[in-house]
Design a protein around this ligand. Structure first.
Ligand code: 5AD
Ligand code: SF4
Length: 424
């Protein structure tokens, strides 16, 4: 199938909806809803538009969803106004991201609920779908179905079901994706692409919802990954980014501790990717400081196609807070790691920081500030702590006031702006 490179997957600017649907017919985890009662239109929705929120993983997931729908005869359109099916691929990492999505969906209040191909269908997809499950229908009556990140292969069925019934659809709780979903034949850009190498996360950082919504960590088979890369290169892709919540813990499913000879670890995978003919460069994200090793830095330095850039989230400079975050390293260990990286690779470095984690005192905050002054990252993404229900940190009192979080956030942002200027 030809690669469709031009159509956008985001940029929703619509106003509102009407029409209430019943909440009956939702399914158990891992199952797809299909309670068929006649609905007004009998024509298949033909066009779709995906609005993507959140991280690179979601950007790639939207491409996978689009590729699958295109292969089933749907047409992608450039604006939500032209779409028969509107999909919101969502992020639940912070409350702010969720609020933006709910307000975007709320814009559909006054939009006519019918299109030339029948009723407008709205799907909530990705992390928010998995996080809220059935509860999403209570939050927004405009949603026809919810679909978790590991269930995205079910989207065509959910659309078909929504077309035929007034009942709501739900597909959540699948542990692993079907490999076929990665054969998308669809990229948003002509020369670069993201490649998912691991799904889910086993780290359970205490503040983070990702292991709850994306499930435990699974690595894709290295041969499947290499095949996907080669296919993309044959279509003109020159640069790739290998994606995972913790890429360093990648291990190909054929590799076990009992057969170390055939072990394909992350470093082995990087070597294989480096050999792909026609590929010009690659990078990867995200690395966890507890797993980013000297061996990794040596491989980065040695492999000629590996972009010399590392994203290594520190989250806090205070050992007490790092422990509460369940990060499994100390600030000193992180700094030693950075020294190694600088010695061996001597290249760009970025990080993530959370301010206002429960019990973060002025002293804890100053330790983070000091670390930022010392390391001088090329880039730092700074976030205000946001309580996520069902995480371990949610059992702690969110006791740093919003005002204080904003103050600490601004101090670090200003400092980082200065650092970024120095590094340019
Ligand atoms: N509150 C604030 N920031 C968070 N992150 C993850 N969970 C939360 C949360 N509950 C940040 C971390 C992570 C980045 C992707 O998002 O810094 O590295
Ligand atoms: Fe969340 Fe920690 Fe996993 Fe990153 S490593 S996705 S912050 S649990």
């Amino acid at each position: 199938m030809k690669t469709n490179k031009k159509k956008k997957l985001s940029g929703c600017k619509d106003k509102g909806s009407s029409g209430r649907k019943k909440l009956s017919g939702c399914k158990r985890a891992g199952k797809t809803s299909a309670n068929f009662s006649p609905r007004s239109a009998d024509m298949t929705p033909k066009t779709f538009f995906i609005k993507t929120f959140g991280c690179q993983m979601n950007v790639r997931d939207s491409e996978l969803i689009a590729g699958n729908l295109l292969s089933k005869g749907y047409k992608i359109v450039d604006s939500p106004e032209e779409a028969d099916v509107l999909l919101f691929n969502t992020c639940s990492v912070r409350q702010h991201a969720e609020d933006k999505t709910w307000s975007e969906i709320g814009r559909y209040k006054s939009r006519p609920r019918s299109t030339v191909h029948g009723p407008l269908i709205i799907g909530l997809v990705g992390c928010m779908a998995e996080y809220h499950k059935y509860g999403a229908f209570k939050k927004s009556e405009y949603i026809d179905f919810v679909c978790g990140p590991n269930n995205i292969a079910a989207i065509p069925f959910l659309i078909e079901a929504a077309k035929k019934t007034d009942n709501k659809g739900m597909a959540v709780g699948q542990r692993q994706r079907d490999e076929f979903i990665y054969n998308t034949n669809f990229q948003n850009t002509a020369d670069k692409s993201f490649i998912v190498i691991t799904e889910g996360c086993n780290n359970f950082c205490s503040y983070c919802v990702v292991p709850l919504v994306r499930g435990i960590e699974r690595s894709r088979h290295h041969e499947d990954i290499l095949k996907e890369i080669k296919d993309l290169v044959s279509k003109g892709i020159k640069e790739i980014t290998l994606l995972g919540q913790n890429v360093n813990s990648y291990i190909s499913p054929q590799s076990t501790v009992h057969s170390p000879q055939s072990k394909v670890t992350f470093i082995e995978l990087l070597k294989m990717v480096n050999e792909v003919e026609g590929l010009e460069s690659f990078t990867f994200m995200t690395s966890h400081p507890k797993d980013a090793s000297t061996e990794l830095f040596k491989a980065m330095a040695r492999l000629d196609k590996c972009a010399k850039y590392l994203h290594l989230p520190i989250q806090s400079g205070s050992d007490r807070i790092l422990k509460l975050m369940n990060r499994k390293y100390t600030a000193k260990e992180f700094l030693n790691n950075i020294d190694e990286y600088k010695k061996i690779v001597n290249a760009k470095l970025s990080t993530d920081i959370i301010v206002g984690f429960p019990t973060e005192s002025k002293k804890d905050f100053l330790a983070t500030k000091k670390l930022l002054e010392m390391v001088k990252f090329d880039n730092a993404y700074i976030f205000k702590y946001s309580v996520r229900a069902h995480t371990q940190a949610a059992t702690l009192k969110d006791d740093v006031s919003l005002k204080e979080k904003q103050r600490r956030h601004k101090i670090l942002l200003d400092l980082q702006r200065k650092n970024s200027k120095i590094k340019k």
